[in-house]
Design a protein around this ligand. Structure first.
Ligand SMILES: Cc1cc2nc3c(=O)[nH]c(=O)nc-3n(C[C@H](O)[C@H](O)[C@H](O)COP(=O)(O)OP(=O)(O)OC[C@H]3O[C@@H](n4cnc5c(N)ncnc54)[C@H](O)[C@@H]3O)c2cc1C
Length: 445
């Protein structure tokens, strides 16, 4: 069996490694546009945070690992056209065009940072840094700039704002919603973060939508928002990524947002063609409405599931809880599943509880504020959000598993856990017992 995979980032690499495990005899070929392999998209943040000394250290896979698994890869190769009836991939390598046949095709061509709604966002002085060469260029431009304007208060934008303030850059952050990180957290959890951002000197422009960006010279960029303009040295585009799939044929059906339609086994409408990662929409759980959730964990997990379904549909994709975790402006922030704000757009009756709990049994223990979102009648856990000055990030993975395995709050109260006074309290943070800590708020909608 010859398996061709378009795109050698998280989804493509995960798919290739899993195909190798499942099909030791298969010929596996990755076709990748970039000339280097496995760059981690927020490598620039690792560099600014002094966690790596060189951008090139931000890699999640090496060519040696692929060689070991006898996975072939062609770097610097761009797929131009598909013919899914004849099972052919047309691609360009340097000056040459070539054609490759396949038995099974996995499209893992991901997404790019570009906003169709913001005129001028394609300009190279509007910094994007998902790819290695883009990160190199952004690194230089930011080093030469004093005032940086960030468009978008998602994870990328907030992390960039924090890291740039630490370099004493002047930072303006523009967000069209009422508060930052709105996709992942309810507003009351974000208030301490926004306070910390203002205290750190970030100019925060909320409820403002950027319409266009004008680049007059190498040195200066003007960002237009409503009746106002911001003149700045550099702009970072932190808005949502989008797929860019110009090579598909008409057999492959798309959603309105240009993502590829797939079934629960990640099969596209073309025979023997699968799509994974940032190319597709995902549902919260099987049967729910789909949405676009471009995250690395989704890319990796969909890659693994597609590989398992190559010969016959055997494993359905379980869905995405949009789990995130980060450390910004001195706060660890994590979220999984449904927020209360989001629940208003579903037909579920939801209740929430906000608790403030000490993270260990020591006298000066930090607290974590945790918000539980659950189904009113069944008490099924639907979502959880946390903010703390202590590193609570790993705890969100426990709660993601609790949601995936359909635990109720009653069941979670009995979740087994360790006790060690320096690291825990008499109850684990993720056991939602009402008398633990301070119950800040209880709500029903
Ligand atoms: C700055 C930034 C930081 C981020 N940080 C995080 C984070 O910390 N955590 C997180 O969960 N998510 C993060 N994300 C989102 C994350 O990058 C994506 O969800 C993830 O990279 C998706 O993986 P993928 O393999 O589906 O696609 P991509 O990573 O987009 O990879 C697709 C690959 O396909 C190749 N390709 C595309 N078209 C062709 C073609 N025609 N021919 C050949 N090759 C092609 C591309 O060159 C690319 O290598 C971040 C995004 C950005 C922009």
């Amino acid at each position: 069996m010859k398996v061709v995979i378009i795109g050698a980032s998280f989804a493509g690499i995960a798919a290739a490694l899993e195909v190798r495990k499942k099909h030791p005899q298969a010929t596996i070929i990755l076709l990748e546009k970039q000339t280097t392999l496995g760059y981690i998209p927020n490598g620039l943040h690792l560099y600014w945070d002094n966690k790596i000394k060189d951008l090139n250290e931000a890699r999640f896979v090496t060519t040696a690992q692929l060689d070991n698994e006898q996975i072939h890869y062609h770097l610097g190769v761009t797929v131009k056209k598909l013919n899914t009836k004849q099972k052919l991939v047309h691609y360009q390598a340097a000056e040459n065009e070539d054609i490759m046949s396949y038995d099974k095709l996995i499209i893992a061509a991901g997404s790019r940072q570009l906003s169709e709604k913001i005129t001028g966002s394609h300009h190279e002085s509007v910094l994007k840094y998902k790819r290695y060469h883009e990160a190199q260029a952004a690194l230089e431009k930011v080093a030469d700039s004093q005032h940086i304007t960030i468009i978008g208060g998602g994870q990328v934008g907030i992390e960039a704002a924090d890291l740039l303030r630490r370099q004493e850059k002047q930072v303006t952050l523009i967000e069209s919603m009422d508060y930052v990180l709105f996709k992942y957290l309810d507003q009351e959890l974000i208030l301490p973060l926004e306070e910390a951002m203002l205290k750190a000197g970030v100019t925060l422009k909320l409820r403002q939508t950027v319409s266009s960006i004008e680049t007059e010279s190498e040195q200066s960029v003007t960002v237009h928002l409503g009746n106002e303009s911001v003149i700045t040295d550099a702009v970072i585009l932190g808005v949502n990524v989008r797929p860019h799939l110009t090579f598909l044929d008409e057999q492959i059906k798309l959603h309105m947002d240009q993502t590829i339609k797939v079934d629960q086994y990640l099969r596209t409408s073309a025979e023997d063609v699968f799509a994974v990662g940032d190319c597709i929409q995902l549902m919260f759980e099987p049967g729910e409405e789909r949405e676009y959730v471009p995250l690395i964990n989704n890319a990796v997990r969909t890659g693994i599931v597609a590989a398992a379904n190559l010969l016959k549909p055997s494993i359905a994709f379980k869905g995405s809880l949009r789990t995130i975790g980060t450390h910004v402006f001195g706060h660890y922030i994590a979220s999984t599943g449904m927020t209360e704000a989001e629940s208003l757009f579903t037909n579920r009756a939801v209740k929430t509880v906000l608790q403030k709990i000490k993270v260990n049994s020591l006298p000066n223990a930090e607290t974590v504020t945790i918000k539980w979102v659950y189904e009113a009648e069944s008490k099924l856990l639907l979502g959880a959000q946390m903010i703390s000055k202590a590193n609570i990030l790993e705890k969100i993975n426990t709660l993601a598993l609790a949601i995936q395995t359909k635990q109720t709050l009653e069941e979670l109260k009995q979740k087994d856990y360790f006790f060690q006074p320096a690291y825990s309290q008499m109850l684990s943070t993720t056991n939602p017992v009402s008398w633990m800590g301070e119950r800040v708020e209880e709500d029903e909608n």
